[in-house]
Design a protein around this ligand. Sequence first.
Ligand SMILES: [Zn+2]
Length: 447
Amino acid sequence: MTDRRLVGFMGGDLLIRNARVWPASDQDVIDDGCVLVRNGRIARVGRFKARADTIVDAEGALVVPGFIQTHIHLCQTIFRGIAEDLPLLPWLKNYIWPMEAAHDVQSIRASALLSAAELIRCGTTAFMSMETVRHTHIAFEAMAETGLMGVIGHCLMDETGGYNPLCVDTDEALDYCDVLLDHWGEHDRLKLAVAPRFALSCTGKNMIKASEYARDRGLLLHTHASEQIPEVELVKEMTGKHNIDYLDSIGLSGPDVCLAHCVHTEQFERDMMAEKDTRILHCPSANLKLGSGTAPVPEYLDMGLTVSMGADGAPCNNRLDIFMEMREAALIQKPRIGVDRLSAKEVIRMASENGARTLQWEKEMGTIEEGKRANIVLLDQDSLHVAPSTDPATNVVFTHVSSDVVMTIVNGQILFEDGQVTTIDEDHLREEVRMQRRKLQERAGIG
Ligand SMILES: [Zn+2]
């Protein structure tokens, strides 16, 4: 980026030149290409000459659409490494939920900023998260400062058999969503989702009210489903139905319903999801780390389902690195269903265009296209571990690592350059995270 003339990374035009531009998964690379950004949106893509306030010389970098992660937990990033080698339900009940219950506004803020720094450094430009049952306004405030785009889910839990300290009366939780909407409903880069956690921590009444609330206001619904067999069995015991079937029976299906995991599903449930166009959020690392299994992603894609991707929470991953997720998503399917299945291109599509579709932001992001937000990532292809570079899909999924990201741009704003996140004081954050983690563990009584 040596030739860059930076007049200010906000406002004005920005021109990326001397780039290998790969605008979308079904398009060819434009060698020696340019992208012109005006007012945060892409104004022109191709080979052309133009003047701009800010010039970025990409020095031959591969320029791709910003990645989109549709299932993360901002509030859990500060729990990284707290609980290892455990299956889902004990992991939740003994570690994650007590830590969430112990959060205060300072620890939530530190966790959200820590997430943002990692997302930006690794080329994720938009996300959907599930937060906890309190302090979601702090997550909004922190993420607004970072420049990222995202859908922040306020978590609902009311089933006392789940974890009592996190149970909140549904009306009270939805009143809080009203407050969030009052403050953030018109925000340019952030929007609210309603996130009943999963069938075992929410009563049917809670989930029905949550879905009615979301639909009246055009909000997305974000939940977990069919991650592990003991979870599916408990839902069956409780409701007499398979998990996806149960969710459908209480209204949680359709293109506004985003289901994380869907590892253990019956064929009739898959048909149901395809028929209703319910969205699946695939989290390969988390599914391996918690021993959940491998979601049948190629089968879902064959059925026309929209599958997107996310790292899930840092305590079950332990990173928020989309490059790791893409590589794993491809690799875990090959021994299971065939080496020719789930191509690199399909994986890229899940991490970009399908993500945009899931967040109902397909007109705003997912490809480098005139009129869309300038959410763009530059990848250095000069490193020897990339040489000789081949087709861009293979490069991105199998060859590149997240440290090849040299620039992350969101909404036309440069959020990462010269090895630094521009919107976060990373040295201060490192200290803050250390202190807040210690205090949080003390409050939670987890040593
Ligand atoms: Zn999750």
